[in-house]
Design a protein around this ligand. Structure first.
Ligand SMILES: NC(=O)c1ccc[n+]([C@@H]2O[C@H](COP(=O)([O-])OP(=O)(O)OC[C@H]3O[C@@H](n4cnc5c(N)ncnc54)[C@H](O)[C@@H]3O)[C@@H](O)[C@H]2O)c1
Length: 248
């Protein structure tokens, strides 16, 4: 379904990003695995994807919080793999704490990676997407940005920002054949959620109606749908994938 397409996935080296890389590759897309550094994990994923799915895969080092690095990376990916048609803004970090004691550096780091990083990559792909009159942008929001989870002022605000940016991007680029949607995961079993205390994890699990944590593959399946032509009439939406955690 995605043969001949090139997907750029930020934070693609592990967790949800790696699952999205595998899923898009399984559908035929060439994959740019973009992460802070080219780790052994990223190189292993690159080799696994090429061997398993017979598509091109290449790992790139890029800090999404840095606009110049984003522009240079998009340029390099286009040179190596051809026109980018799918952008998945997945890179994200947490630095949790109550507002009372939250360090300015922790607020800035989270907003810079999650929100500005999404903006930077979107801006870097904007002109190429307009020119080719086609593009699929999938942003990773979070139910935290919908619920306002205590202890996550920086993270929740950044993700609410990502979900607003999704709507702006969708409106600006709809006439150019580009869709932009956000996924709002709940509690997904990755390295990110391993950092949460056992007590808080139990509380999360108890509040999920389907009774389990989500898996990275659950999110990857939705990302693949939003990256495929099957979702061409969907834009500017935020879709929760949370086992019912944030049912309102
Ligand atoms: N795991 C969850 O429960 C959950 C819930 C809601 C939303 N999300 C969102 O999903 C996305 C993926 O989360 P995950 O659980 O796989 O996290 P993770 O920590 O396992 O992976 C995140 C990846 O992003 C990369 N990254 C971090 N900062 C970067 C930067 N500045 N530039 C480039 N890459 C960077 C990391 O190196 C890592 O490979 C994040 O945006 C996260 O906020 C996760």
């Amino acid at each position: 379904m995605l043969n001949g397409k090139t997907a750029l996935v930020t934070g693609g080296a592990r967790g949800i990003g790696a699952a999205i890389c595998r899923k898009l590759a399984s559908l035929g897309a060439d994959i740019a695995i973009v992460d802070l550094t080219v780790t052994e994990q990223a190189q292993a994923l690159e080799a696994e994807i090429s061997a398993e799915y017979g598509v091109k895969a290449k790992a790139y080092a890029c800090n999404v919080g840095d606009a110049e690095q984003c522009k240079a990376t998009v340029k390099q990916v286009i040179a190596d793999l051809g026109n980018v048609t799918i952008l998945v803004n997945n890179a994200g970090i947490t630095r949790d704490g109550l507002i009372l004691g939250m360090k300015e550096a922790d607020f800035d780091a989270v907003v810079n990676t999650n929100l500005k990083g999404t903006f930077n990559m979107t801006q870097a792909c904007y002109r190429p997407f307009m020119k080719q009159k086609y593009g699929k942008i999938v942003n990773l929001g979070s139910v935290s940005g919908l619920l306002g989870t205590a202890g996550q002022a920086n993270y929740a605000a950044s993700k609410a920002g990502v979900m607003a940016l999704t709507k702006v991007t969708a409106r600006e680029l709809a006439s150019r054949g580009v869709t932009c949607n956000a996924i709002a995961p709940g509690f997904i079993a990755t390295d990110m959620t391993k950092e949460i205390s056992d007590e808080a994890t139990q509380n999360y699990l108890a509040s999920i109606p389907v009774g389990r944590a989500g898996q990275p593959e659950d999110v990857a399946n939705l990302a693949a749908f939003l990256a495929s032509p099957e979702s061409d009439y969907i834009t500017g939406t935020v879709i929760r994938i949370d086992g019912g955690l944030a049912i309102s």
